[in-house]
Design a protein. Structure first.
Length: 529
C-alpha cells in the first residue's frame, strides 16, 4: 500500500498537498516555534506545568502579559486550545493563512474565530533538530471524554520506549502500532528503512502528515517517501506477513480492559485497547514476533502483565507467567518497573480517558474493571520494559527477569546495549574471561556499614551511579576482588591470590567468586580493559 492512501483521511491532518505543508513548515520556522522560544514566552514554571498537562499557569501568564506576538497566537491555538481571530492567524501564518490551515484540516471555525482541530507539539528525536508533531488534542486541551479513535501525543510511555530502544544501525525496522509516529521518527535515524503499522487509518494519516511536515529534519524526500518509509494498516503482525526485521519497536495497546459480550470494536479506545481479554494481546504479540525477526534481530516494547493471587495474603511471583510467554529459545530481558492493585489500575485508565467526567458511567466502568480482574483471580498488575532477541547462533545467552523500581538514568538504551554485549562476549569466550584484566566502572562507589566497635563491616555494598543504578551486596571475597581491579593482574591471578589468603579450605571458593565476577561484569560494574 502506498502511503499516499493515508493523505486524505477524515478528521486527520491532510497531506495531499506538499506545497501547503511546506508553507506551514516555513511559517512555523519563521515564527520561532521551538522549545526555547516557547519556554521564554510562557515562563519556566508555566512551561513545566504544561509538560504535566496543566494549562492554567501558561494561560495566566499570557493573559497577564498580553504578548501581542505571532508566536503567542501559535501557542494559544495549537498548545493551549484557545480560539484565535482570523487577523491574528494571518499574521502568525503569512504564507499559509487561515485558508491554508483550513485546507490542511488543522483548524475549524468556532464562535468568533477559529480553534485548532489538532495539537502541534514540539519533540526532539535522534535528529539534529526539533520536530513538530501533530496529534489529537488531549482532555486538558479540549474538555470531555476522548474520541475512541484518539491519536495519542507524546506521552510518557512513548518517551520511555524511545529512551530504551537500542540504536544500532540496522537495515530494516518495524514500528508496530505507530500512532502519530514517535518511534518511527527515532528509528529513521539508524534504520535504512522503517515500516510503520497501525490498526487505525486515522493514526496513519497523522503519521504521514508528520513525516512530510518534518521531511527536511528527518532527511526524507517527500516525492519518494516510500524509499525510507512504508505505512501499513492492520492489527499486530498481519500487515507484514512474510517479512522479517532487524529491529521491532512497539508501544502496543497493552492496557487491560474489561471485555463485554455486547461491546463493539468502534467503541474501544484504539490507542490503548487491543480488544483482547486480560494481557492476551501482549502474550499473543510476543508469541508471534520471533518469526518476524531476522537472525540476531530484537524486539523492544512496553507491557502490562497480570499477576494472579496465590491466596488472600499473597500473589504469585510477578515473573512466573511472563516467563512462559518466551520459552527457552530467545534471549530475554524483562524489567518490571512498577506494580499496582486492580483498583489503582482501574482509576489510572478511567482518568486517562477522562471517564471521570460522568459519575454514573464512571462507577459502572470502575466495577467492570474490578469484576474483570476478580474473574481471573488477579491480585496485581505489573508494568515494565521488554527486550527479546532471536539468537543468531541459535543458543540464547541472556535470560534475565528482574524488578528495578527505583529511579534510573534515562536514556537507558546505552546501558542495555552495553550489558547485552557483555553477555554475548562472556558466552563467546567461555573460560578465557579469566585472563581478562578488569577495571571498576567510573560511576561505581563502595559503601560499608558496621556496628560501632566491630572489627569488620557487616554489610558491603557496591553502588552504580548511572544507568540502572544497581546496588550489589558483596561478601568479603568479592569486595577484595573489586578493590584490586586496577588492571594490573588478570581475573585468575586475583582469584588465586584471594583463595590463598581467605579461601583456603572453602569448597567451591573460586567457582563461586568467578560467578560473582561475571555477574558484576554483566551488570556493568566491572569492565574489561
Amino acid at each position: 500500500m502506498n502511503s499516499a492512501e493515508f493523505s486524505s483521511i477524515d478528521d486527520a491532518p491532510q497531506s495531499y498537498n506538499q506545497l501547503l505543508i511546506d508553507s506551514l513548515a516555513k511559517d512555523l520556522t519563521d515564527v520561532g516555534y521551538n522549545y526555547e522560544n516557547v519556554a521564554v514566552l510562557l515562563g519556566e514554571e508555566a512551561a513545566a506545568a504544561f509538560a504535566r498537562d496543566q494549562l492554567h499557569p501558561a494561560l495566566r501568564n499570557l493573559d497577564r502579559n498580553k504578548p501581542d506576538t505571532a508566536l503567542a497566537c501559535v501557542v494559544r491555538l495549537f498548545q493551549l486550545g484557545q480560539t484565535q481571530e482570523d487577523a491574528a492567524i494571518n499574521i502568525a501564518f503569512p504564507s499559509l493563512k487561515t485558508e491554508g490551515l483550513l485546507k490542511l484540516g488543522l483548524i475549524e471555525s468556532w464562535a468568533s474565530g477559529y480553534r485548532a482541530k489538532i495539537a502541534l507539539a514540539l519533540h526532539s528525536s535522534d535528529t539534529d533538530g526539533e520536530l513538530w508533531v501533530a496529534h489529537d488534542l488531549g482532555a486538558h486541551q479540549r474538555p470531555g471524554v476522548l474520541r475512541t479513535d484518539h491519536v495519542l501525543g507524546i506521552g510518557q510511555a512513548s518517551l520511555t520506549l524511545a529512551q530504551i530502544t537500542i540504536r544500532e544501525k540496522v537495515e530494516r525496522a518495524l514500528d508496530l502500532g505507530t500512532g502519530c509516529g514517535i518511534q518511527l521518527f527515532h528509528l529513521l535515524a539508524h534504520a535504512q528503512h522503517v515500516t510503520a503499522t497501525d490498526v487505525s487509518a486515522r493514526a496513519l494519516g497523522f503519521t504521514r502528515f508528520n513525516l512530510l511536515l518534518n521531511a527536511q529534519t528527518l532527511n526524507l524526500d517527500p516525492k519518494n517517501l516510500e524509499s525510507r518509509v512504508t505505512l501499513l494498516q492492520g492489527s499486530l503482525f498481519e500487515p507484514v506477513a512474510g517479512s522479517t526485521f532487524n529491529l521491532i519497536a512497539s508501544n502496543p495497546p497493552f492496557v487491560i480492559t474489561p471485555r463485554s459480550s455486547h461491546e463493539r470494536a468502534k467503541d474501544r479506545f484504539t490507542y490503548r485497547d487491543g480488544g483482547m481479554a486480560g494481557d492476551t494481546l501482549v502474550s499473543t504479540l510476543i508469541g508471534q514476533a520471533p518469526v518476524f525477526l531476522a537472525p540476531g534481530g530484537s524486539m523492544q516494547m512496553l507491557s502490562n502483565w497480570e499477576i494472579p493471587r496465590l491466596d488472600d495474603e499473597s500473589n504469585q511471583p510477578w515473573d512466573e507467567r511472563v516467563r512462559q510467554w518466551f520459552g527457552d529459545k530467545l534471549d530475554v530481558w524483562v524489567i518490571e518497573r512498577e506494580q499496582t492493585s486492580p483498583s489503582g489500575y482501574a482509576e489510572t485508565w478511567l482518568r486517562d480517558a477522562s471517564q471521570t467526567e460522568d459519575s454514573t458511567s464512571y462507577i459502572s466502568a470502575y466495577n467492570a474493571y474490578l469484576d474483570d480482574f476478580e474473574s481471573r483471580g488477579i491480585g496485581a498488575i505489573g508494568f515494565g520494559l521488554v527486550y527479546f532477541r532471536r539468537p543468531e547462533a541459535g543458543h540464547p545467552v541472556l535470560q534475565r527477569y528482574e524488578q528495578i523500581t527505583h529511579q534510573v538514568e534515562q536514556p537507558l538504551a546505552p546501558t542495555l546495549q552495553r550489558d547485552i554485549a557483555m553477555a554475548d562476549q562472556l558466552a563467546l569466550v567461555g573460560e578465557e574471561f579469566k585472563e581478562w584484566h578488569l577495571l571498576v566502572a567510573e560511576d561505581v562507589t563502595e559503601e560499608r556499614h558496621q556496628r560501632p566497635g566491630a572489627e569488620h563491616p557487616g554489610v558491603i555494598l557496591l553502588r552504580q551511579g548511572a544507568g540502572l543504578r544497581r546496588t550489589e551486596l558483596l561478601d568479603t571475597a568479592q569486595a577484595g576482588f573489586v578493590s584490586a581491579c586496577d588492571g594490573d593482574l588478570s581475573v585468575s591471578q586475583l582469584v588465586n591470590a584471594l583463595e590463598s589468603l581467605i579461601g583456603e579450605g572453602q569448597e567451591d571458593f573460586a567457582d563461586q567468586l568467578y560467578e560473582a565476577i561475571k555477574r558484576l561484569m554483566r551488570h556493568g560494574l566491572l569492565q574489561k580493559m
